[in-house]
Ligand binder design. Structure first.
Ligand code: SAH
Length: 373
């Protein structure tokens, strides 16, 4: 597996330490005993690691509770463990893969956290509180390869995948900021989750563990720009996660201009794959459609979208564009957005128009990171 400490230190590693309080890579480990962020282990792997240390397996459950129920940040806080075991664990594993470098927004409203990683890289996460929900929107990669025209995440290119421990670390930072465990998790931050398949799935399984963070699969949403091999694999996982597919255009000519991935995985194949996915998993897919003034919001485009999606069991989520530097587009006018949704609804589609501060913040994911590079 990937470890949060495997990556080589960037020139900014030292300053990241000062800013974030995260230890630099290999701070206390010899190179032949790679350190590992403990939050990247599945429960059965933790049990195996304890067996290897000669400790009884029931310790795994105890440690799991300290990590994900009490959410301790120091080994010494694991009071029911023998001091000697704590010391050996501290030698082998690290407790922190991610640290909050900067938080914007006020508690109780949407907040964005700039997340510092141990090698000096950073990503973003967004907290979106609502009545009964504490949603966290996490990043899956440092930067992005996919270069969608209106998305800030890929503007500075791709740096690396996040490890599962770094993804789980973001959920733990959200728990700290909320003062409670998040109830919903969405992979809509920086990066393409299906391009970091193994670590994302591992993170999902870790946070899904009932006696830990206990995030039910149906409260976890994975959003993809349409990476077909990843979608096919996901269909066979037997997981009940929610799936969002970023569509943004009803035809390949426009979609390829907005989402270069469309050239590799064009709409007919993508929609056929989505259809297979719904048949195999019996789950409904949500299609994300960012409304951009005079680009993809004409009545004819709504008709074309309705025809395209008619054979699928799906929802459509319309989101007005969040303006980003480097993309000249503007959000659709409210009247146009209303007309667009009415066309979809009349055609029998289940469509919602969303425009909240939290969504604007999450849609603008990547901008804070870019601003701080
Ligand atoms: N790579 C994944 C997840 C990250 S983006 C994906 O493409 O789905 C999460 C959602 O926000 C996507 O639907 C994306 O297209 C959308 N998005 C990105 N930038 C946006 C912007 N400036 N305004 C509105 N939505 C945006």
């Amino acid at each position: 597996m990937n470890s949060g400490f495997k990556h080589s230190s960037s020139p900014r590693g030292t300053s990241a330490k000062a800013e974030s309080g995260v230890k630099p890579p290999h701070s206390k480990f010899s190179p032949d005993v790679p350190s590992r962020v403990i939050h990247g282990l599945l429960l059965d792997e933790l049990a195996a690691a304890l067996r290897a240390l000669g400790a009884p397996v029931f310790r795994a459950q105890q440690i799991w509770r300290w990590l994900y129920v009490q959410r301790v940040t120091a080994w010494d806080q694991m009071k029911n463990l023998p001091a000697e075991l704590r010391a050996r664990l501290a030698e082998r594993f690290d407790l922190q893969a991610a640290a909050a470098r900067e938080i914007t927004g006020e508690p109780g409203a949407a907040q964005k956290i700039l997340v510092g990683l141990t090698d000096g890289e950073c990503v973003e996460e967004v907290l979106i509180p609502a009545a009964e929900r504490r949603t966290v929107c996490v990043s899956s990669q440092v930067g992005c390869k996919f270069g969608c025209a209106f998305c800030a995440s890929g503007q500075a290119g791709f740096r690396r995948n996040l490890s599962a421990g770094e993804i789980v670390g973001q959920v733990l930072l959200a728990a700290t900021a909320y003062g409670n465990r998040p109830t919903h998790l969405v992979f809509m931050g920086v990066g393409e989750p299906l391009d970091n398949y193994d670590e994302v799935l591992r993170a999902i399984r870790i946070v899904n563990q009932p006696d830990g963070l206990g995030l039910g699969a149906r409260r976890i949403t994975l959003s993809t720009c349409g990476v077909i091999p990843g979608l096919r694999r996901l269909a066979g996982e037997g997981l009940q996660v929610e799936l969002s597919v970023s569509l943004h255009a009803p035809d390949d000519a426009l979609r390829a201009r907005l989402l270069p991935v469309d050239r590799r995985y064009p709409l007919p194949e993508l929609l056929a794959t989505c259809r297979d996915y719904t048949v195999q998993t019996k789950r409904i897919i949500t299609f994300e459609y960012t409304l951009i003034k005079n680009v993809n919001d004409a009545a004819g485009q709504a008709d074309a979208l309705a025809r395209l999606l008619a054979p699928l069991s799906c929802r459509v989520n319309l989101i007005p564009l969040s303006p980003v530097a480097g993309f000249a587009g503007e959000p659709s006018l409210p009247e146009t957005a209303k007309l667009f949704i009415r066309t979809l609804t009349r055609a029998g589609l289940n469509a919602t128009l969303r425009d909240s501060q939290g969504l604007r913040l999450h849609a603008a994911c990547g901008q804070l990171r870019i601003a701080r590079l």
